[in-house]
Design a protein. Structure first.
Length: 134
């Protein structure tokens, strides 16, 4: 049996998974029930934490962080100075679109790791040519 390749997880996929009111909730429940190796950016975690904090409260934001810390087979990839440079270079390429630094870092990681599948409800995450799982 062939090994399952990595998928990149965007903030919107985590939100859809955690928030029962999200229109994509059922789909992401199914996807997360038997995930392939999955990776995300530390910026996605920060963005998700902030979303739950603003939308709900500190308790829900902490629950989100607990989920991330307990989720297997998730790998959270760091964001540092070199990542900022690479993401900033992409900003020039996509300056006509409303992309966040977390989005750009995700695109960099997908390119560098040759990830061909992105779990996201945001259409701009397909800019790498990866198959978008919405």
């Amino acid at each position: 049996m062939a090994a399952r390749t990595e998928s990149y997880i965007d903030t919107s996929a985590f939100i859809a998974f955690c928030d029962r009111s999200d229109s994509h909730h059922v789909k992401y429940l199914r996807l997360f029930s038997d995930p392939p190796p999955i990776v995300t950016s530390a910026l996605v975690v920060a963005e998700g934490h902030g979303w739950f904090l603003r939308r709900y409260d500190q308790s829900r934001a902490i629950q989100f962080l607990r989920l991330i810390n307990e989720m297997t087979p998730l790998r959270v990839l760091p964001f540092g100075t070199e990542d900022l440079k690479r993401a900033s270079e992409l900003l020039n390429k996509f300056s006509d679109q409303a992309v966040t630094l977390a989005d750009l870092h995700g695109l960099v990681l997908m390119r560098e790791r040759k990830i061909r599948e992105c779990w996201s409800t945001d259409r701009h995450m397909s800019l790498t040519g990866a198959r978008l799982v919405t």
